[in-house]
Design a protein around this ligand. Sequence first.
Ligand code: SF4
Length: 386
Amino acid sequence: MKVYIRTFGCQMNERDSEFIAGLFMEKGYELIDSPEEADIVLFNTCSVREHAEERAISNMGHLMKQYKNKIYGMVGCAAQALKGKLFERLPKLGLVCGTGEIAKLPELVEKIVDSSGGLNLRYLEEARKSKILACENIDGDIPELRSRYRENNKRAYVSIMRGCDNFCSYCIVPYVRGRERSRKIEYILNEIKGLGKRGIKDITLLGQNVNSYRPDFVNLLGEINKIQGVEKINFLTSHPKDANIELFKAIQDSDKIIKHLHLPLQSGSDRILKLMNRGYTREKYLNLIGEARNIIQGLHLTTDIIVGFPTETEEDFNDTLNLMKDTKFGMAYIFKYSPRTGTEAAKLADDVPADVKGKRHKILLDLQREIHKRKIYEKTRCHCVN
Ligand code: SF4
């Protein structure tokens, strides 16, 4: 049988899709690039932004109208967040599988195939209940993070942890991916050594908040740095409240770790940062990136920003705008706020009008484009940029 997998969202979803592909291939399924010829169509969804979630649902609905005799499945964050609602919106959907259950996907599909293409609700319910089993350590590792199939023979994503404990008020991740769980260091090192032996030299460590890896992220970086065969180490994503001088020194002192930090700012206004539950102030953020730039030569600093968070005033927005003008990020990913059901922020009125969000979004995008065009973002130790 042929399986088609499409990924929506972040690198963590990409790694999950790679893992799912490996599982199906081990069972003898053929992985293909086009949904037209597939027997099984799986969308690995993202629920961080409403837009990505809606795009996945609408694309799948479109496919279902075109091609009737296939098994369709939604997996990942959005699947976990929406659960049964997806069956209402997509009546031809065969299965919904959350992030903690992906290790059981081939088993789920086999059960569905056994029941002649119809959905075996009893089995699906059993799989949902066993979610904890799929996430917890059976022999010390987190099963869904084990390395198997790799799409690329030069670069690899390595998950070092799952979930998040930060509960930023706008974010659905802690609810759909669960609380933070770090993999044991020996499993991570063994996986990377194995990749090194296969000639994969470029490693990106993945986690919602890698620098809160337990027991010690800087130590983990140091150990990976020693592995022969590994030439490039990158990591995503760091939270400003957990980044520190030790991390910056580790980056500076290693000739393998890329001189890149992605430190999501989200807002330049202290009032909005507090409402977002980000755990730092504007001043702390500025001090932090000042230290990072002083310690790491040629640092490429990137960020994420949300405009139009509930109650954001012109003054709040100008705080963000001015911080961006002063800081001159190498890249900024700018998003318009949209409420995610189940989060704290969703309890607040989404009171910044769409046209105001659009205007603020454009102002920041134009500024970032100008910074990039004129290459005035900072890549040196010096804090003064002209
Ligand atoms: S740090 Fe905040 S934004 Fe990032 S995944 Fe965790 S809760 Fe979401």
